[in-house]
Design a protein around this ligand. Sequence first.
Ligand SMILES: *[C@@H]1O[C@H](CO)[C@@H](O)[C@H](O)[C@H]1NC(C)=O
Ligand SMILES: *[C@@H]1O[C@H](CO)[C@@H](O)[C@H](O)[C@H]1NC(C)=O
Ligand SMILES: *[C@@H]1O[C@H](CO)[C@@H](O)[C@H](O)[C@H]1NC(C)=O
Length: 515
Amino acid sequence: MRFGFSWLAVGVCLFFHPNVNLNLAQSANILAIFPFHYGSPFLVARPLIKTLVKRGYNVTLISPQGLPPNIKGVRHIRVHKLNKRMQEIIETDKILDFLINKWMESIMAATMYFNMCQDILSDDGVQRMLKDKREHFDLIMMDASNLDALYGLVEYYNATLIGLTSISVNWYTEELAGNPAPSIYEPISQIGYSRDHSILSRIYNWIHINEERLMEHLVILPAQLQVFKKFFGYSDQKFYELRNRFSVILVNNHFSLGRVRSNVPNLIEVGGLHLSESPEPCDKELQKFMDDAENGVIYFSMGLDILVKFLPENLQQTLVKSFAKLKQRVVWKNEIFSMPNKSENIYVIEKSPQRHILAHPKVRLFITNGGLLSVMEAVDSGVPMLGLPIFFDQFGNLRWGQTAGMAEVLDINNLKEETLTNTIRELIDNPKYTLRAKKMSKTFNDRPMSPLDTAVWWTEYALRNRDVSHIRLKVEEIPLFLYYRIDRFVPFFLRFGLIAASVIFLGLVFFRKCV
Ligand SMILES: *[C@@H]1O[C@H](CO)[C@@H](O)[C@H](O)[C@H]1NC(C)=O
Ligand SMILES: *[C@@H]1O[C@H](CO)[C@@H](O)[C@H](O)[C@H]1NC(C)=O
Ligand SMILES: *[C@@H]1O[C@H](CO)[C@@H](O)[C@H](O)[C@H]1NC(C)=O
């Protein structure tokens, strides 16, 4: 009874106390910019944006036409011109050079980023927003990629800047977060990068990574600076200062996936954010096909953007023939329904409810190109993977799965029917892969807070703490010679050198005397 009374008293105090704010969230205006015209950035950003809207924030989203579909409660500013930018790169004849030569790749990327920033800043809707004196934003959230000219908006609205990336961490994101010496170096572009640990490879890789830094400074940034000055008229110095304004960067990574690194406190891992949305529904026919599979199911998908018709004809036949030899049933995300020589055990589906399939208890293997979101979904459901990577971060994403023992990787350009069949059989028949996959699923999901709650908490933290100086590493306070402790080693070597020199000198004198 006494207990009951004291609670009542606490309740009454809370109710009447004027300073207790029962509103969970404060109202603020948020400007989100996600301009890339492909699926994954939106799959990652959408749950966060939806939750922020639910918590009472006013969110304005700048994005391409139609992507993502309208979100309830969000003010959308659609930039039509963005829709064709990615397409332009994919459709040029130079796409092969783009994927072979690093410098070509960076020049094309610089052009694309330059055009995208121009498209956004010159868009009618965006211009109207900029000219409307009543508009103000407390927080700007954007992809922490190479769209540096847009940081002008941070100064324009005197807003806090936070980042959200749909790919994993790389040196570039770390640099924006203010971490100049990441513990594990890996280049952004995988072209020509070698992963063995011989001395020569290390030297080569060191050159490779520094080449990327050079491209960044010689090709990409000057173009961005040009757009920045044209639209905002701020100085060069402001441009470089704004690049150090990121308060918090939410990265689509979780250490359990294999990328353990020394982070700064403002790099927050929210890997698996997209899993907070409920999975797509599964139609009855597919459900029955999987339920009735006596020997299990293999799920095969090359992701949202790579259509099967893009794959060479002989590769398609290699896949078809290999699948025909298996006793498992195969669910294939494939827009071509009438493939020659397709066997009975293959179920073709154009748009697959991927998470629903991976969560099905009969699914034994996922054959994937290794997009990060797909890899996370496989890890989440504890399904082993066979990787057929094609570009960008796919090689890296799958390599971690392979190191962890839940995946094997094959070269899609050199795929032999026999190797494919044997690897599939090994992955299914050898229980170690499934065991590892289940274990990874456990560690991936064992966290103090869900990725979505983490992302929301840190977004609100950035809103509450406008001053970023307490969360960013102060690089300028640590000069190179302090960072590498050269100040401590110099006296040591001097002393050691002095003694060594004296000994040698005395030795010489003694030697001469003797002679
Ligand atoms: C959010 O939007 C509503 C409706 O447009 C407006 O009344 C309110 O003032 C806005 N909140 C802020 C913080 O500006
Ligand atoms: C920008 O915002 C900060 C923090 O809210 C504030 O202290 C400062 O006065 C603002 N600057 C301008 C020019 O409005
Ligand atoms: C289908 O299989 C047969 C027999 O293996 C082969 O001769 C034929 O070329 C295949 N069809 C295609 C389109 O590859």
